[in-house]
Ligand binder design. Structure first.
Ligand code: PGA
Length: 252
């Protein structure tokens, strides 16, 4: 497996970073469904040069995804990781176990907080373990207060901010959440801007919450939004390929 790709952003005339589209499958797809998804998407996704695609499957699909996407530009990610190291912690999957299998890992998703009682202290431990193993944390933050809490809990988050993808994902914008309402690109852009201001330097910020092929362009056209984390729109092959193709067209 190649070394993780860290992103370079330049202000002004050139933007070197490839926009990042991180598919979050959540608790969906059996091994055979994942295999069929890859069979249908591998060719169109693998040929996109302007976009970095990351597919985050459940733990059981990761060896398969790693294998099937090897040799393509598509990267594989996990959806969570243990906040504890190796040891007597039944059911946990550590960052060390993920090393070599994934290059990215989503951390701090609001559904983990809501259904699995994850705290900000646990989330920052996860980020620290991932950084240690050179897996890129895709760190979700529901609002600016949560980012402040992460920064208060962990020095590493500020110090190694260039090695982290920061996702602004307001829970109210997530499509599985019943009474949801998508964020406007302008409002999401403002929050991404303030994430950078709070950290004090240029970092990669992406947006998540009801992103689909129809609205992806409007998010990517914002100056502070460098990518997206689609959930629902990543499940069906044709929809996801369309989303990524539109995103690719939006890149100059
Ligand atoms: P959604 O999910 O695109 O279905 O709103 C995004 C997420 O929760 O990561």
């Amino acid at each position: 497996m190649s070394e993780p790709t860290f992103f370079i952003i330049t202000r002004g005339e050139t933007k070197l970073m490839k926009p990042l589209i991180v598919a979050n499958w959540k608790a969906n797809k059996t091994i055979s469904e994942a295999t069929s998804w890859v069979e249908k998407t591998k060719a169109p996704l693998g040929s996109l040069e302007k976009i970095q695609v990351v597919v985050c499957g459940s733990f059981v699909t990761l060896p398969l995804l790693n294998n099937l996407f090897s040799g393509t530009s598509v990267k594989v990610g996990a959806q969570t990781v243990s906040h504890l190291g190796q040891g007597a912690f039944t059911g946990e999957v550590t960052a060390e176990m993920l090393q070599g299998l994934v290059e990215y890992c989503i951390v701090g998703h609001s559904e983990r907080k809501k259904y699995f009682a994850e705290t900000d202290q646990m989330i920052v431990k996860k980020v620290e373990f991932l950084l240690e193993k050179k897996i890129i944390p895709v760190l979700c933050t529901a609002n600016q207060e949560q980012l402040e809490s992460y920064l208060k809990e962990s020095l590493a988050i500020r110090e190694k901010a260039e090695e982290i993808i920061f996702v602004y994902e307001p829970p109210s914008a997530i499509s599985g959440g019943g009474d949801y309402h998508p964020e406007t690109p302008e409002a999401a852009d403002q929050v991404c801007k303030s994430i950078k201001e709070k950290i004090g330097r240029e970092v990669v910020t992406i947006y998540g919450g009801s992103v689909n092929p129809e609205n992806i362009k409007s998010f990517l056209s914002m100056p502070e939004i460098h990518g997206a984390l689609p959930g629902q729109a990543s499940l069906e092959e044709e929809t996801f390929v369309r989303l990524v193709s539109v995103a690719s067209e939006a890149v100059i």
